[in-house]
Each structure stands twice: as C-alpha cells, then as structure tokens.
Design a protein around this ligand. Sequence first.
Ligand SMILES: Nc1ncnc2c1ncn2[C@@H]1O[C@H](COP(=O)(O)OP(=O)(O)O)[C@@H](O)[C@H]1O
Ligand SMILES: [Mg+2]
Length: 387
Amino acid sequence: MKKKILLLGSGELGKEFVIAAQRLGQHVIAVDSYDDAPAMQVAQEKEIINMLDGDLLDQVVAKHKPDLIVPEIEAIRTERFYEYEKQGFQVVPSAKAANFTMNRKSIRDLASKQLGLPTAKYLYASSEEELKKAVRELGFPCVVKPLMSSSGKGQSVIKNEDDISKAWEASQTKGRASGAEVIVEEFIRFESEITLLTVTQKNGKVLFCPPIGHRQERGDYQESWQPTDISETQLKEAQSMAEAVTRELTGAGIWGVEFFLCTDKVYFSELSPRPHDTGMVTLAGTQNFNEFELHLRAILGIPIPEITLERKGASAVILSSTDGKIPEVTGLDVAAGMPESDFRIFGKPVTRPYRRMGVALAYSGKNEEISSLRKRAVLLASKIKAN
Ligand SMILES: Nc1ncnc2c1ncn2[C@@H]1O[C@H](COP(=O)(O)OP(=O)(O)O)[C@@H](O)[C@H]1O
Ligand SMILES: [Mg+2]
C-alpha cells in the first residue's frame, strides 16, 4: 500500500507528517515556495512553487499524479482542489474542507449561520468606514482579522477609537490579500482556550484527543499542554460541535478545532483541517499516536481503534529573534541534560524575528502538575537559541 503523497506546504508540521509517512513506507513529494524547507529535508522528492498560482499547482499535480493531496498550510489556490477531486485525486481531508477553512468568512458563516454553533458576535468590513461602523456596533474591545491569514498575521485588537485606523492598515498589509474584506469580532474574555484534535475516519467513528490548552501571543501559539482542565459538560459540548462541523466539511483526517471557554459558555472559534501547531505537544509522547501519525492513518484509511492518553505533556516554542540565514543552534547540551524532556529543531534555513525554529517538550508519567510541566518546557525553550 505504498501511496504517493503530494504535501502542499513543507513547514515543521509537514516535516513531522513526512516522518510519520516514511515510517509506514510512503512516498512523499514536499512542496513549498522556498528550497530546503523542513519537510523537504525528509521527503523523497520536492517541488518549489508559489502554491497560490493555480496553474503551477495544476502542473505539479499533473506531473506527479499523486494518490493523495495533503495541504499543510492555508495559502494555496484551494479552488482548484474541487477539480482535482473530480479527476479522482483524494484531497485531504476534502476539497470543501480545505477551501472553506482558508477563508474565515466561509467557515464562520458555516459554523454560526448554517450550523448554529455559538461564536463571538462578528461583522465584516471592506473599508475603514465600514470598519468604524462595525466597531460601533460590536463595541470595544474587538478583534480585526484579514479573511485570509494565519498565525495572527494582520490581526489586531481595537481598544479605542484611535486604534481603528491602525487596525485597518495592519489588516491590509499583513494579510494574504490587500484591499480585502476583514472580519471584526467581539472580544471574548475567555477563561482559557483549547484545541480539540478531532479525527474523522473513512470507516470508523470520530475520535477525540484529550483536550489541549494553549497560550497565544501576537495571535501566535507560545505554549501548549495536554490534557487541560475542562468540565465534562463543556468537553461534551465542544466534542459535539467539532463533530458537527467536521461532518459538514467531509473527509478523513485530523482537525484542530479551536474553542474559547468561559465559565458559562463554550464558543467555537475556528478550525484547521490538518495537524495543529498547538498539537505539537503530542510529540512529547502524550498519546498512543501523535497528531501526525493519526493524520496519516486516517487519510490512508488505516483503522484507529482508540486514542489514549499515555502521559502529561507541555510544549514551548523556540523562536528566532533576528533576520538571518543558516542559523546556529546553541544550548542543546544544556537542554538535553534536563530529564523528562525533549526538543525538535526544524532546520529552517532562514530566521526572522519571532519565527518558530523549534519546539521544547516536557513530559511526566507521574503526578507532576501541568503548571510545573509548562514551566519546564518554557525553561527548556529559553536555553535553546537559533539565530
Ligand atoms: N474574538 C476573540 N476574542 C478574544 N481573543 C481572540 C478572538 N479571536 C482571536 N483571539 C485570540 O487570537 C488567537 C488567534 O486567533 P485565530 O482566530 O485563531 O487566528 P489564526 O487563524 O491566526 O490562528 C486566538 O487563539 C485567541 O487567543
Ligand atoms: Mg487559530
């Protein structure tokens, strides 16, 4: 059952996915816009193209005729996926899922209007004027995001009248398209936020990973831990929402479904139809299969009977701080000296301020508190420098 997998996006999540695929004897062609991207370092073949260019994408698909097309990022001309599906290629998890989730508007309207899931109140705006109007309606503070962006790019919180112009400007220059519409959301003062990794199978029931807690800065993940505290009732609510939205989007694979938890309410926030960055905590051996192995098994149709929690874990990101090339990684000896811990270095050839270069992991099979695991992961991350 050797399959040809075309991986669209070759970052750190793609790299771990390829490693999982290699372990099961698969053939991977890793694609990205730059050479020597993390996943390319472990795949059999590579292609360097701009994946927002539909014609180039068509050419790569026609050249390799893959059994599976696996998107790892959102910035892809996903409209073409419907055509690939018609031609008989398996798009993961489905053309609809990839296409709907690349645009905040389609996924939010589907979740809120079509499925009736509770979300933050939201409006859209296509100009600074419209943004002002939307802010007046939603009140301060509120959050502005480009419709097409990820990792918090172009996203800002508007706290007062003066912030509106800046927020509009940021949304236009940092998103994937300029002159574009934005979503404005009511700011939710949540107690915590979680990622519920959800696995849909070809022939088998929907499975849920133990909930992952995480902390974000600048709209980007800094640390995550598993499991996280949540009441049984709220977990059930989140699971049923995750099941509803993944069923609607169709297809097999792992999904990172994000929720905001308030004392009296669970809000659906967004989802990605692929392994999630906060799910890197599963690399700490928290589960019987990590999120990449689960994704691979689900898309290949290999049955997954159950997902079990093996031990507690925490992850913390290792960021670079400057613009540079071929970073030198230091501090690994100190980090490696710490018990019940581990790390991954992604091997990215170029650094930028706040670019994720690696991840530090801490775990415990005993009774260590999550708060202590988090501290260990953050301490470990601080020892490793990549610049
Ligand atoms: N409406 C909101 N209220 C409060 N915090 C928010 C809201 N929307 C986003 N955030 C914060 O910003 C983070 C990133 O936002 P998200 O919508 O997940 O964007 P991205 O697609 O870039 O991950 C969230 O995980 C959360 O911490
Ligand atoms: Mg998110």
